[in-house]
Design a protein around this ligand. Structure first.
Ligand SMILES: NC(=O)c1ccc[n+]([C@@H]2O[C@H](COP(=O)([O-])OP(=O)(O)OC[C@H]3O[C@@H](n4cnc5c(N)ncnc54)[C@H](OP(=O)(O)O)[C@@H]3O)[C@@H](O)[C@H]2O)c1
Length: 250
């Protein structure tokens, strides 16, 4: 199954999200139909304006409203037809040193990074909501695969995705739905620049040096997402694919 004419929900699709935008552009180039999701309608329309295809739509929605996700997905299917797949790129990113952690902060990370992913998986995999061969892809992080100072909450929320895709892959194999994760390390772009500004010159250089092949580009992540959505990966499910310039090999 190529992605041409297939219908995908892409969360975190705002034009100012380097990775979300790159994913939308890649899938658009390959002829997919997209439902662009994020909280800010204007930022989604800015992405829409950069795409060639004429059948994409925007659906502004706050995915932290976990209890509303099932009804929202049902309505999307009613309006646009059954879903061929999902890319969950929306996230909350940041540093959370243990000395200043609060219960509210835990939810801030878990709600969007993990709980929304679970609710999306449950909603899309309900009878009549998906087409055979559907593929669900979650954007995790190399931070979820190894310890990083001051990243307890972000890292744990992304590690939870790696675990979730394994169990969901087993449960959904009978429905021929594949479930996978893509785990980038630092990706060049606005978020990386912010991260380097926070860390200072010396720590930033150390972090860059921990990527033997250099930082990934947003397009590298988008290419792996394309692979996991398409039939090129038809027999791959339950995996976390690192796109990390060798970060995890060290
Ligand atoms: N950048 C990196 O170096 C890097 C490295 C490893 C992994 N990642 C992962 O890659 C993905 C994309 O990263 P990025 O840096 O390009 O992301 P980003 O710029 O932070 O974009 C995140 C997007 O999520 C949307 N979002 C946040 N909360 C939401 C909510 N409650 N409901 C709906 N949408 C919500 C935001 O749009 P609205 O504000 O309009 O809602 C935004 O467009 C993330 O999952 C991130 O964890 C990034």
């Amino acid at each position: 199954m190529s992605v041409t004419n297939k219908l995908y929900i892409v969360t975190g699709a705002a034009a100012d999200s380097d990775i979300g935008l790159a994913i939308c552009k890649k899938l658009d180039e390959c002829g997919a139909r997209l439902i662009l999701v994020g909280r800010r309608e204007q930022a989604l329309n800015e992405t829409l304006n950069q795409l060639e295809g004429s059948s994409h739509v925007v659906s502004p929605f706050d995915l932290c409203n976990l209890q509303d996700i099932a009804a929202w997905v049902k309505e999307l299917v009613k309006q646009h037809g059954a879903i061929d797949g999902l890319v969950h790129s929306a996230s909350y990113q940041g540093y959370s040193p243990l000395r200043s952690i609060s219960p509210k902060q835990i939810n801030q990370y878990l709600d969007i990074n993990f709980s929304a992913a679970v609710m999306l998986t449950a909603a899309v995999s309900k009878a009549k909501q998906f087409n055979p061969g559907a593929s669900l892809v979650f954007i995790g992080s190399a931070a979820g695969q190894r310890g990083l100072k001051a990243r307890t909450l972000y890292a744990a929320s992304k590690a939870a995705l790696t675990s979730m895709v394994q169990s969901a892959a087993l449960e959904l194999a009978a429905k021929k739905i594949r479930v996978n994760c893509v785990a980038p390390a630092v990706v060049s772009g606005k978020k990386a620049e912010q991260q380097f500004a926070t860390l200072g010159e010396e720590q930033s250089q150390k972090l860059k040096d921990a990527h033997p092949l250099g930082l990934s580009k947003p397009q590298d992540v988008a290419n792996s997402v394309y692979f996991l959505l398409s039939d090129l990966s038809r027999n791959t499910t339950g995996v976390t694919l690192a796109v990390d310039g060798g970060f995890l090999a060290g």
